[in-house]
Design a protein around this ligand. Sequence first.
Ligand code: A3P
Length: 292
Amino acid sequence: GDDRVEYFRYKGISLPRYLVSEDMDAIRDFAIRDDDVFIITYPKSGTAWLQRIVSLLRFGGDVSKTDQKEQDELVPYFEQKCEESVPFRELPEAPSPRLIKSHLHMFLAPLQLKQGKGKVIYVARNPKDLAVSYYHFHFLCTTIKTPTSWEQFLQEFVSGEVCTGPWHNHVLGWWEQKDNPNVLFLKYEDLQKNTRKQVEKVAEFLQWPVTPEVIDKVVEQSTFQNMATNPNTNKVSGKEAKAGIFDSSKGTFFRKGVVGDWKSHFSDEQSQWFDNFYQEKLGPTGLHFDFE
Ligand code: A3P
């Protein structure tokens, strides 16, 4: 992180500084293809994990095919400006099927996704672990502000001042779409509990034919350990590191990869306050999370 960073404020949401209003118009109008696959998350919810699972499924679990390219090239980050390139401007020329990663709120995403075109896999994570993960990520990533303390970061996370804006607004926007046939809503904790079952769900949703052997390979190649040690997925010297977006001397993307790490950061008081806030936001919606 860099404590001098300013965010781009758009419709009440803090977004990365490289975005401008015309980009947001182009994003809304982006032409979706029927076979597009969007992986959409609030940051730190398991985005990279899903990128890996979907890439492997796309190539029948064959790592000699997935690993010809860095994962972030295979599944580009839709709205991120990296060096001089920004995927949503280049994807119109890309061959199908396009695999795309995005952190957009539902109300800022391409309109055609909501109209049922293309496919969206949304991944959500319990907000306590997510806040801890995002806190640490702020040191690694140079385009977001360095937190001065965990306490201060937690306040900004809950008030929605952090980059990407209010978590509950993001997750509830996409939760509203969960019954649309072109949307699959997954949870990080379920992926941890039974990866195989979730991988099967993804394959079925995408209607890509798979055998049990393919599923085995996908599960094996998408473990935390394998992703953390694979230079095509671990982001240590990937495109974001090369562009200076990640400062690998300040942290590691593959940090812990567990459920319940929030306990090492939240005081009892912070935990109570946080639970009350999210109970108020999520309670009436039927969306629940496992916290351990
Ligand atoms: P932690 O910081 O808690 O370790 P995203 O890809 O959305 O940025 O999310 C990153 C978080 O997902 C990090 O969480 C990272 O360790 C975790 N993660 C990435 N790949 C994973 C995997 N294969 N299994 C479990 N967790 C994974």
